[in-house]
Design a protein around this ligand. Structure first.
Ligand SMILES: C[S@@+](CC[C@H](N)C(=O)[O-])C[C@H]1O[C@@H](n2cnc3c(N)ncnc32)[C@H](O)[C@@H]1O
Length: 217
C-alpha cells in the first residue's frame, strides 16, 4: 500500500525516468553480454516453463521479457504508466505475449489470479511497507510457488540516504535491504540467497556494494 505517500509524486518521478531508464546496462539489457548474464540467472531462478510469473514493479519490462522469451506467461505491474508503456512497446517489438497493468505492486490489481512466481527487482527499497507487500505476494503464490527477489543495499551501509522525492523520507529500506534482513522478512518461506555483486557481467561494470537474488519457497 502507498500509505501516506502521494502516489502522484512517485508516479511523476518514475514516469519521467521511463524514456531513458533502459540506458543503464542492467535495465535495458541491450549489451549481449549483460543480457546473457541475466538470462542465465533467470533460467536458474524460474521453474520450468510455462509458469505464471508476476513481475512486481516491472519498470520497462526487461526481466519480464526474458521470462516471456523463455515461454513463461508474464504479468507486469507498475505504478508508472510511462514505464508500462515502455514495457508494452518492448513486448510488441519482440512479438512477445504479456499482460500489463498500472497499479500498486504492493497490492497488485490482478484479481484472484495465482502465480507460480512473483518476480521483483529493485522495488522493495521504495515501498512504504515492504513487509505487507511480501505478505501480499506470498498470498498470491500457488502451492509450491516462489518469490524471486533481486535486491541490494546500495552504497555503504552507514551512508545517509537522501530521499529521492520528499515523500520518500520515511521509507523503511531507503538504500536497499541487506540480504540477511530480507531473509528474515520472507518468513515463513525458506530463503536461498545468491550473491550477484561478484558478477560484473550482470551490471555492465564491477560493483562493490551488496547485490543478490533471494529465492524464497
Ligand atoms: C528501480 S525501478 C526497477 C524496475 C524493474 N523492476 C527493473 O528491475 O528493471 C523501480 C520501479 O518500481 C516502480 N514502482 C515504484 N513504486 C511502485 C509501487 N508502489 N507499485 C508498483 N511499481 C512501483 C517504478 O515505477 C519503477 O518502474
Amino acid at each position: 500500500m502507498l500509505g501516506g505517500m502521494t502516489a502522484s509524486t512517485l508516479t511523476r518521478f518514475w514516469d519521467a525516468c521511463a524514456a531513458s531508464f533502459d540506458d543503464e546496462p542492467d535495465h535495458g539489457l541491450t549489451d549481449p553480454r549483460v543480457r546473457a548474464a541475466w538470462q542465465r540467472r533467470m533460467r536458474g531462478w524460474l521453474p520450468t516453463a510455462p509458469a505464471d510469473v508476476l513481475d512486481a514493479g516491472c519498470g520497462t519490462g526487461s526481466l519480464a521479457a526474458l521470462a516471456a522469451a523463455d515461454g513463461h506467461r508474464v504479468t507486469g505491474v507498475d505504478l508508472a504508466p510511462e514505464m508500462i508503456a515502455q514495457a508494452r512497446g518492448k513486448f510488441a517489438a519482440a512479438g512477445l505475449p504479456g499482460r500489463f497493468a498500472v497499479g500498486d505492486a504492493a497490492d497488485p490489481p490482478t484479481g484472484d489470479a495465482r502465480f507460480d512466481v512473483v518476480l521483483c527487482r529493485h522495488l522493495l527499497w521504495t515501498l512504504p511497507d515492504p513487509h505487507a507487500a511480501l505478505a501480499a505476494w506470498t498470498a498470491r503464490l500457488r502451492p509450491g510457488g516462489r518469490l524471486v527477489l533481486i535486491e541490494g543495499r546500495w552504497g555503504r551501509q552507514d551512508d545517509p540516504v537522501t530521499p529521492y522525492v520528499p515523500e520518500a523520507a520515511g521509507l523503511p529500506w531507503p538504500g536497499g535491504v541487506p540480504a540477511a534482513d530480507l531473509a528474515r522478512a520472507v518468513a515463513p518461506l525458506t530463503p536461498r540467497v545468491e550473491p550477484l555483486h561478484d558478477d560484473a557481467d550482470l551490471w555492465g561494470r564491477p560493483v562493490h556494494d551488496e547485490r543478490y537474488a533471494l529465492i524464497a519457497r
